[in-house]
Design a protein. Sequence first.
Length: 397
Amino acid sequence: MRSLQPLARVYSPRANGIGFLRLALACAVFVAHCGPLGVGRSNIGDTWTRGQVEFGSAGVYGFFVLSGFLVTASARRTGVGRFLWHRALRIYPGLWACLLVTALVLGPLLYRHDHGTTAGYWNAPQGPLGYLVDNWGGGLRQFGLSGLFTGTPYGREVHASVVDGSLWTLSSELCCYAAVAVLAFTGVLLRAPRLVLVLAAWAYLVLLGDFVAQAHDGILRPGDATHPTFGPLPLLGVISLTELVPLLLMFLLGASFQLYADRVPMHPLLGCAAGAVVLATAFLGGFMVVGLPVYAYLLLAVACYLPRVAHRVGRRHDYSYGVYIYAFPAQQVTAQFLGVRWHLAGFAAVALALTAACAVLSWHVVEHPMLKLKDIQPFPVYGAERRTLAPVASGRS
């Protein structure tokens, strides 16, 4: 029988399930959006949990846990300049390609299909130039594009043009990267990692305060609480603390697991217990204050104990980011031409095929070639982040 072992011993940087999990989480977001984008229903899973969590938010929360775990490892073993360069290479080339394809290829084709000409596309309200300028930094400040997709189920629901709604999380991700860079530059990650625990505790206490003040029958839905917004900030646009706090908590929990990997106990039974807690709180209540932090532990346990066959996913070809950034427009295109005639299953099948094709092209044509530039050092190395013992790490950080 297995005994308790620390995460640092159980987790293998070269053989783990993080690549599989990232792809699964991206697909969870796709599945959730099939409801509102395909047939005009709520996100799949929303009604089962009385609005606490659904497949999409579970996928996003999971992304932030794994990102915190991997990105913190990257920041500890590299200088701040190289860390920021790696982060920029991972996020921006794929994002910029997606924006360009959407605004300069997909947009004109769809506009011509709808209007018989592209003459009004370029100077329409919320046109392609504004779409590129407003969104290139990662903050989604223009959701629509020349009135496209207003006739889809989702467009009719929100009474607006929305091309790639999934991109809203990138500004929160970039905020977390900036926080890690500051912690690395100041030496906190190496010399005072307890501060990360303090920050995670602060984020949790904010959620706990929201739960006490706003929850009814143990149910706190994302967005029930109202916190200040900041901005517009350079690159990031407007940042809402209501949206940022739970994502920041999950990111900081992932970072804490990385920093204290030698003290986090791991066992398959603990992973099963964590899964039971997550499901129980999702269906019965209390997910945001009990299930959410336990979910972070569950993901790391799954990454450690997945069968070896799952370890191959994402090791050489990581399609998860491409799935995430292209799924929403692929689903909108599918809805534009199929409507609800194929019902949910048919819609999902066609949209998934389009998403997969875009994700594969994104990886092989844009993301992977750009990641080959990681060893270039365009900035000076700042801070004292170098260490002799490599932290627990894995994935493409």
